[in-house]
Structures are given as structure tokens and as C-alpha cells.
Design a protein around this ligand. Structure first.
Ligand code: DUC
Ligand code: ZN
Ligand code: ZN
Length: 487
């Protein structure tokens, strides 16, 4: 067979192991893995380099309006360009329903904007803020039919949060039609009550944000939503887990047989609340939940190691340090008014590689699993996240020795700063292919991306194993005959 491209002489890393192999590509697909593959039209020399699946970032906010009505700094072009430079070749951002929005219109709007601009492939999750009768009976099942197989729900934020009965409704719909429910788990009452007191006392600096979002608020909400998921035996995924207690609650539930997945993000491994404690500039480190302390970082690392946390995503939520984002009221902005979130699409992989693989905390296969393979498995993208015949040729070739000092000017998103400025990382993606097209070659053309706007494709996601109920209905509920098979 005439190969279009061979990546020759590299070390191929998959979630199940490391091997020395050439990778043969025809068109958009990987077709062969082996030694001494025949000459191809295009040859990429990967000697001394790691050949890894492009990252799959299953949690990022792109061209999305927050519940405060603030548009984030990246559109589908800048965000996907930034992702590609960081070695990520698939993203799953959110289509956000706000109260009063109709879901079909929300979806059409995001589809249109992404199709015009994305340079890498993308799926969508759907944020559900208004689970009324039509939404549950018609709009969510229809969205699932189109391959949007995950919903995000919030337990906090005045304009987004669902109460327990609404959460049960969404869980039941997800169970019946095959979707995963992602949960922003923080106790609203604790946070808003504390924030009200702080603001009343004139304590309005960013550091009070971290104080109001207590560890207990995360722990309570995670435990509560796990209890709700158990009632209807529906798999859930807790996003952006940040605390010792949160990781422990997920691990305990998993040990009981509950199907609950966890996610953590760079900000919970590499930042602490001390980063926020620098006056107004702390706003650049403010996200929800907030970074905690070294012990919490350790718990998150441990969770990634033992599977309590299945995936490591960016939660890229970019807001500029100006009136368009973090500081709507300039220097008078209180922590309650500033947009929540930090950028991370481009540095997600380099940070974990340098600090995780480089320090020996995680192995290369674990790195690939946490950044690509597990995302693809859980979110139903069987052609992504692996270097294997039949998979899409989405590949990042890494120079494991390249040292890079982080500076916002190096990055390609529109945030204008990075919380990781000044850090020295070792290991960097130098060549990036997406469905066989070489988008980036940092050796031949540093800082250049060759990718047509809109080349990225929408990915209708499959019904993955993660969506299958555990088969563990609590006995009292199982006896309710009217629920019968629908449970
Ligand atoms: N939740 C997120 O997942 N991202 C940004 C802000 C938030 O509350
Ligand atoms: Zn969230
Ligand atoms: Zn998020």
C-alpha cells in the first residue's frame, strides 16, 4: 500500500504501553504500526522523540457567554489554534443554555460558529440551566440523537443552579437516552452566604473568593450528587475536583460500586490559594472551585494515579484582565463580579508532562491515558486518543528534552496572560498532525500553524460504556414497581 506519510524512528506511546515503531498514515487515518515501513510520500523523522496521541480536552469553554453575561476571550479559531500548539487535537467545549434559551437555538448557534472557525475536531457538551418539561421530554433526547452525549449541570450560581429534584430529572433523562451528566459540585448556600458577609464587610479582594468556596462546600455537593445519582443509578462525572475530601468521596463511592468519574485540572495540581492572594492581580488566578494548598494538590495527584480521578482537562475559561473579563468595574470590581476561570488549553499537556512525567510521578502511558485515551473512551470518541490502525491520525510528536520558559507571549490564546508565567518546563510538542494534516512543525516553521479556518469537524459522539448504568439500584427504589425497567 502506498503510504501518504510515515513517522519514522520514534517512540510510540499509548495508554497501554510504549514501543519503538514507525507510524504509517493514509489520508486521515493511521493504517500501520511497525518497524521499517515502506517509503511514503512524506516522511517525518521522529528519532529521539515521543509519538503520542494528540490530546483530547474534554472540558474547555470556547466562545461561551458566562452566567454573568460575559463572553470569554477565545473564539473557536483562537482556542483551537492554541490547543493545537499545546499538542491537543480534539476539544469538547460547551453549548450553554441560559434560563429562557431554547436548546435547539443554542445548539444551532454554537454549531454555526464552530464550523466556521475551528481548526481541530470538536464535540459538544450541553449546559442545562432550564430543565422544564419540553427540555426533558424533547430537547435533551434530540440533542443526544445528534451525538451530544453529555450534559453539564451546576449546583451553584444563581442563574445556573438546579435544585435536587431538577438534578434527578436530568439524571433520569440521561439514563433513559444515554448521556453522561457532568456536575459542577459546590454547595450554593455556603458560598453565597459567606460571600454576602464578606462583601458587606468590605472584604472584596480576589483572595476572599477562595475563602468563600470552602472545601466543605465541594465535599457536601459531591456527596449529595452521588446520593442523587445512586437513587436513579445513573453514571455521573464530577468536574474540576479540587479537594482532599472531594477525591475521597468519589473514591469511596466507586468502592461501593457507584459509577462516578472524577476530573481534575492544571490549576488544582499547579496553583494554590496563595497565588490568588496578590491584590487585584489575584483575579488572574480566580476560578471555581479555587486552587487550594499543597495537601489538596497531593490528593489530586493521588486521585489521578489510582483512578478516583479519570481525566485531566484544562477547564480553559479565558477572561482578559480588563473590563471585558476579570474587571468589569475596573479597580472597584469585587470578587463577586469578576469572571471566573483561568486559561489552560495550550499548557495543559506541557505542564503535566514536565511536572508529572519529568518528575517520575506518572509514567508515559499514564500521561497519554489522562490527557487523551480516557477522555475518548468516556466521551464516546473511538477514533481518537490512540495510535492504532483505524484511528484518526491525530498525533503530537514531542521533544522530551526541549526546555521552555513560560511567557504569555509564547501562547496563542486571547487571554493576554497565563497563571503559569515564569515556570520552566521540559518537554514540548513540536510536530502536530490532525487527521493526517501536518498543522505545526516547530522545527521548520516555529510559531506557524497551517490550518484552514473551519477545517475542524463536529464529532457526533457514540454511546460509550461509561454511560451504562452500574446495575445497582438501591433496594427500596427497585421495589417501586411503577419504575420497572425504566430504572
Ligand atoms: N465552572 C467551570 O467549569 N468553568 C469555569 C467556571 C465554573 O464555574
Ligand atoms: Zn464548573
Ligand atoms: Zn468549566
Amino acid at each position: 500500500m502506498q503510504l501518504d506519510c510515515v513517522i519514522r524512528g520514534g517512540t510510540v506511546v499509548n495508554a497501554d504501553g510504549v514501543s519503538s515503531a514507525d507510524v504509517g498514515i493514509v489520508g486521515e487515518k493511521i493504517v500501520a504500526l511497525g518497524s521499517a515501513l515502506p517509503a511514503a510520500r512524506r516522511e517525518i523523522d521522529a528519532r529521539g522523540r515521543l509519538v503520542m496521541p494528540g490530546g483530547v480536552d474534554s472540558h474547555c469553554h470556547i466562545e461561551q457567554v458566562s452566567s454573568f453575561g460575559i463572553m470569554c476571550a477565545d473564539d473557536f479559531h483562537s482556542a483551537t489554534v492554541s490547543a493545537a500548539f499545546g499538542g491537543t487535537t480534539t476539544v469538547i467545549p460547551f453549548c450553554a443554555q441560559h434560563r429562557g434559551d431554547r436548546i435547539p437555538e443554542v445548539l444551532a448557534d454554537y454549531h454555526r460558529r464552530a464550523a466556521e472557525k475551528a481548526v481541530i475536531d470538536y464535540g459538544f457538551h450541553l449546559i442545562v440551566a432550564n430543565p422544564d418539561g419540553d427540555t426533558l421530554a424533547r430537547d435533551l433526547p434530540e440533542a443526544i440523537e445528534t451525538g451530544i452525549r453529555s450534559f453539564k449541570i451546576f449546583m451553584t450560581y444563581d442563574r445556573m443552579r438546579l435544585h435536587d429534584e431538577q438534578i434527578l430529572d436530568v439524571l433520569m433523562t440521561a439514563r433513559s437516552h444515554g448521556a453522561l451528566v457532568m456536575v459542577h459540585a459546590e454547595n450554593h448556600g455556603i458560598i453565597s452566604w459567606l460571600a454576602g458577609r464578606m462583601v458587606g464587610q468590605g472584604r472584596v479582594a480576589p483572595r476572599y473568593h477562595a475563602i468563600c468556596h470552602t472545601r466543605s462546600s465541594e465535599a457536601e455537593a459531591i456527596n449529595r450528587v452521588i446520593a442523587l445519582a445512586e437513587v436513579v443509578d445513573t453514571p455521573i462525572l464530577i468536574v474540576h475536583v479540587s479537594t482532599i475530601e472531594g477525591v475521597a468521596a468519589i473514591r469511596e463511592a466507586q468502592a461501593r460500586g457507584v459509577k462516578v468519574y472524577g476530573e481534575t485540572c492544571p490549576q488544582y495540581l499547579f496553583l494554590t490559594a496563595r497565588d490568588i492572594d496578590r491584590g487585584l492581580e489575584g483575579a488572574m488566578f480566580c476560578c471555581s472551585p479555587p486552587p487550594r494548598d499543597e495537601a489538596a494538590q497531593e490528593a489530586c495527584w493521588q486521585g489521578l494515579k489510582d483512578g478516583a480521578l479519570a481525566v485531566y482537562s484544562s477547564d480553559h475559561a479565558p477572561y482578559r484582565y480588563d473590563a471585558s473579563g476579570k474587571l468589569p468595574k475596573g479597580e472597584k470590581t469585587t470578587f463577586k463580579e469578576m469572571a471566573n476561570g483561568v486559561p489552560g488549553l495550550e499548557l495543559r499537556l506541557p505542564l503535566l508532562f514536565s511536572q508529572g512525567v519529568g518528575s517520575g510521578r506518572i509514567s508515559l502511558p499514564e500521561f497519554v491515558n489522562l490527557t487523551a485515551t480516557r477522555h475518548a473512551e468516556i466521551y464516546g470518541l473511538s477514533a481518537k486518543g490512540r495510535i492504532a490502525p483505524g484511528c484518526d491520525a491525530d498525533i503530537a510528536i514531542w521533544d522530551p528534552t526541549r526546555r521552555v520558559k513560560i511567557d504569555a507571549a509564547l501562547l496563542h490564546d486571547n487571554t493576554g496572560y497565563t497563571p503559569y508565567a515564569g515556570r520552566e518546563l521540559t518537554g514540548w510538542p513540536v510536530v502536530v498532525l490532525a487527521r493526517g494534516e501536518q498543522l505545526i512543525d516547530q522545527d521548520a516553521a516555529p510559531g506557524v500553524i497551517r490550518a484552514e479556518r473551519g477545517r475542524g469537524r463536529f464529532l457526533a459522539r457514540e454511546r460509550s460504556d461509561a454511560l451504562r448504568p452500574a446495575g445497582q439500584v438501591i433496594p427500596e427504589v427497585a421495589q417501586l414497581s411503577q419504575w420497572g425497567d425504566s430504572l
